[in-house]
Design a protein around this ligand. Structure first.
Ligand SMILES: Nc1ncnc2c1ncn2[C@@H]1O[C@H](COP(=O)(O)OP(=O)(O)O)[C@@H](O)[C@H]1O
Ligand SMILES: [Mg+2]
Length: 146
């Protein structure tokens, strides 16, 4: 799928959020500036969380509440090895939240049995392409038609 502008990316995040529920793990992959945080902002808006979703680069993880389900937003960029549950905010659990991990590939998979991978690429014309990759469970069915 092609996302021409940052607003398109946020709108896609809002749409995707309607399919998300407590216990979900979503890994965002793509280089710096791809739009991972922009997509996270759309998902946060779709879940109805209060307050802005900003890059958690300097805190690793942040919990956004006030929506249909809490959003745990993680930036694993500086995490060397595997992401441990202890690295996250202890006030929120993966089971009760939607957990969204930027740079999560190869790092955050142990947090849940299944996950959705979202690959964002920046194309030469500065638009973005996004690909959803279901990894187990019922993800393939849940993202059907997106
Ligand atoms: N189609 C698009 N989708 C997402 N971001 C875009 C798009 N076009 C331009 N941008 C810009 O690219 C940047 C993406 O930044 P950010 O979401 O922080 O990326 P990341 O978290 O992947 O490093 C923003 O400055 C945004 O305005
Ligand atoms: Mg980011």
């Amino acid at each position: 799928m092609k996302l021409s502008t940052v607003d398109d990316t946020r709108a896609f995040g809002r749409t995707l959020a309607q399919r998300l529920r407590a216990g979900d793990l979503v890994l965002l992959t793509g280089p710096l500036g791809a739009g991972k945080t922009a997509l996270a902002q759309g998902i946060g808006a779709g879940l109805g969380v209060t307050g802005p979703v900003t890059s958690p680069t300097f805190v690793i993880s942040r919990v956004h509440r006030g929506g249909r389900v809490p959003l745990v937003h993680v930036d694993a960029y500086r995490i060397g090895g595997r992401l441990e549950l202890d690295d996250l905010d202890l006030d929120a659990s993966v089971e009760d939240s939607v957990t969204l991990v930027e740079w999560g590939e190869g790092v955050a998979e142990p947090l849940a049995d299944t996950h959705l991978e979202i690959r964002i690429e920046r194309l030469d014309d500065d638009t973005r392409s996004v690909e959803l990759v279901p990894r187990g469970g019922d993800w393939a069915r849940r993202i059907d038609g997106l």
